[in-house]
Write a protein that binds this ligand. Structure first.
Ligand code: COA
Ligand code: NAP
Length: 280
């Protein structure tokens, strides 16, 4: 499969016997991460709210040779996460890698954002990441496993219409550091990935209009002059969870083609235009 070519330099059995649990693993970047692990021998557990979406994703992962457990669960519901990680253990064995990828996003200026809109995103991203980590703790301690959190550039650069996302993702990164500090004694490593704009994803569909000239301009504002790919984020997650990163914990790995170096202005101006055109 072309999208997995990046991993061909790694041994195909690198994650044989490893159970990888991915929140929000039914679509987009998180499904791409799941495929990367599956192609290197891992078994997968995925959760999300839509059972149909999980079913489709599970079929794709099984085609890559993985055993798969798909559990409909909302990361905001701690009991549902406890049930999901127990189901994964019962069918596959203890979790060795947890990927906290479930997230919500929509563009909205802070003065227009309701308290519940802010809460919805913080609850899914930040509370959801804590819930998954806490629920999986015993299993991760048993395997001396690792956690990979999905952050974003909004965590460390301010973007217009993204106050809720910036707060949630910055919270995730600090949670990651605290857990790295506290859980190092159990052998559990914790790291974050901050993807830049990744082509063909729901996140990008929500933040940009269909107009191709918008995307051309945004790409020119990225030092590497292109969007990233789902496979490139999969490769970063595999690296952080692998023995190659055995002494790396508490780190934020930015995988954005240098986008943050240009600040949020190019993106912000275009996001402003996109929101205006939606209101017209
Ligand atoms: N602009 C402003 N406010 C919005 C909004 C938008 N585009 N979309 C939702 N909200 C507000 C709602 O109005 C509501 O607030 P209110 O009760 O004050 O009216 C609040 O957010 C919660 O909305 P609701 O639809 O009940 O939340 P949900 O829990 O069903 O869904 C979302 C969560 C809103 C984040 C939804 O977009 C989602 O499910 N996203 C998942 C996929 C995704 O975002 N992928 C990209 C990841 S980067
Ligand atoms: P996506 O396809 O929408 O992925 C989000 C996933 O989270 C979906 O599968 C969704 O499934 C699940 N989810 C949402 N709310 C949930 C909840 N309450 N409980 C359980 N699962 C829930 O979006 P994506 O663009 O690929 O983003 C994936 C991750 O990368 C996110 O963490 C995002 O913030 C991050 N990121 C993306 C980009 C980008 O360019 N796309 C850039 C930076 C960071 P259900 O709706 O079925 O629940």
């Amino acid at each position: 499969m072309a999208e997995l070519e990046l991993l061909e330099y790694l041994p195909g059995d690198l994650f044989d016997g490893t159970v990888v649990f991915i929140t929000g693993g039914g679509s987009g970047i998180n499904l791409g991460i799941a495929k990367a692990f599956a192609s290197l021998g891992a078994d997968l557990a995925i959760c999300g709210r839509s059972a149909d979406r999980l079913e489709g994703a599970a079929a794709e992962l099984e085609e890559l040779g993985a055993r798969v457990v798909a559990v409909p669960a909302d990361v905001r519901d701690y009991d549902a996460m406890v049930h999901a990680v127990e189901a994964a253990r019962d069918e596959l064995g203890p979790i060795g890698v947890l990927v906290c990828g479930a997230a919500g996003n929509f563009p909205c200026l802070a003065e227009d954002l309701s308290a519940n809109g802010f809460k919805a995103v913080v609850d899914i991203d930040l509370l959801g990441s804590f819930n998954a980590s806490r629920a999986a703790f015993d299993q991760l301690a048993e395997t001396r496993g690792s956690i990979v959190f999905l952050s974003a550039g909004q965590a460390f650069v301010a973007y217009p219409a993204q106050a809720h996302v910036g707060a949630a993702k910055a919270g995730i990164d600090q949670l990651m550091r605290n857990l790295a500090l506290e859980w190092g004694r159990y052998g559990i490593r914790c790291n974050s990935i901050a993807p830049g704009p990744i082509e063909g994803t729901e996140g990008m569909r929500r933040l940009g209009p269909d107009d191709p000239s918008y995307h051309d301009r945004l790409k020119k504002a990225i030092p590497l002059e292109r969007y990233g790919t789902v496979a490139e984020i999969g490769a970063a997650a595999v690296f952080l969870a692998s023995p190659m990163a055995a002494y790396i914990t508490g780190t934020l790995l930015v995988v954005d083609g240098g986008q943050n170096l240009a600040g949020s202005c190019p993106f912000g101006e275009l996001l402003d235009q996109a929101m205006k055109s939606r209101l017209e």
